[in-house]
Design a protein around this ligand. Structure first.
Ligand code: NAP
Length: 233
């Protein structure tokens, strides 16, 4: 029987929801590969790693640089990744009449394409693991059904496209025993969510961990909130 710790790879691990995922999974005994753009400026993550008895390692990864993703996948060759969490994301502003199309490109790159590129590059690592799970942070704002207020076109469209990619990949990866879920973390008090948000990162991540625990190929491909509620596409 293999008693080695499960291994988590996560993007955007230096602050917000990503940092809290690292904290909670490390506390639960996972070995965590924590990726962030600037490890030398990631004080909170570095301090967590320092007190983790080598359960957490920091890895430089700007997800918009596909060369860096490929390099990290190569550096981690032979490591089983039980759980990949695609967490890094951006929320560009812009209203009709002054839409910033360069920012829109960037939103599609970071929010839609890089989670996909991460999955492509780490597929072998995930397939070689025991848990074989992928969780990707989307948002209820990417739900077409739920959209009753308009606005935030750049963000909404990049997350809606992400949802379609993840639904597709759930179907395509099931034969390999890989399960995926697309998560809505709630409205969370982070730099992105702001101070008026409804829940803390701790509450959000505790809920999402329960969803990820229950994830299997039997329920793969769903769009689920941190409290377990299914979100309409
Ligand atoms: P946040 O506080 O703004 O943190 C965003 C994280 O993404 C940071 O670690 C940031 O790193 C990283 N990131 C951005 N661009 C990156 C890049 N090019 N390469 C690598 N990392 C990059 O956001 P959050 O609230 O924790 O959100 C995490 C996820 O949840 C996002 O996907 C977001 O869309 C989703 N979400 C959040 C809420 C909410 O209420 N907070 C609601 C729905 C969905 P740097 O520090 O280097 O910028």
């Amino acid at each position: 029987m293999n008693n080695a710790p499960y291994q988590l790879l996560i993007t955007g691990a230096n602050r917000g929801i990503g940092l809290e995922f690292v904290r909670q999974y490390a506390a639960a005994g996972f070995r965590v590969f924590a990726c962030c753009r600037e490890p030398h400026n990631a004080a909170a993550l570095a301090s967590l790693a320092a007190s983790s008895e080598e359960r957490i390692s920091l890895h430089r990864l700007d997800v918009s640089d596909f060369g860096q993703i490929e390099q990290l996948a190569s550096d981690l060759h032979g490591q089983a990744i039980d759980l990949l969490i695609n967490n890094a994301g951006i929320y560009p502003n812009g209203a009709l009449g002054s839409l910033d199309y360069n920012a829109w490109h960037k939103a599609f790159l970071i929010n839609t394409m890089t989670p996909t590129k991460m999955i492509e590059c780490f597929l072998e690592h995930i397939a070689a693991s025991r848990l074989r799970k992928i969780a990707t942070l989307s948002s209820k704002m990417g739900s077409i059904t739920d959209n009753g207020s308009g606005g935030s076109t750049l963000y909404r469209s990049s997350k809606a496209a992400l949802n379609m990619v993840m639904k597709n990949l759930a179907i395509e990866l099931k034969p390999q025993g890989i399960a995926t879920c697309t998560l809505h973390p709630g409205w969370v008090k982070t730099d992105m969510g702001g101070a008026n948000a409804l829940i803390t990162a701790e509450q959000s991540v505790a809920g999402m961990r329960k969803v990820i625990d229950r994830l299997s190929t039997d329920n793969s491909g769903r769009f689920i909130a941190y409290d377990g509620q299914e979100i309409p596409w």
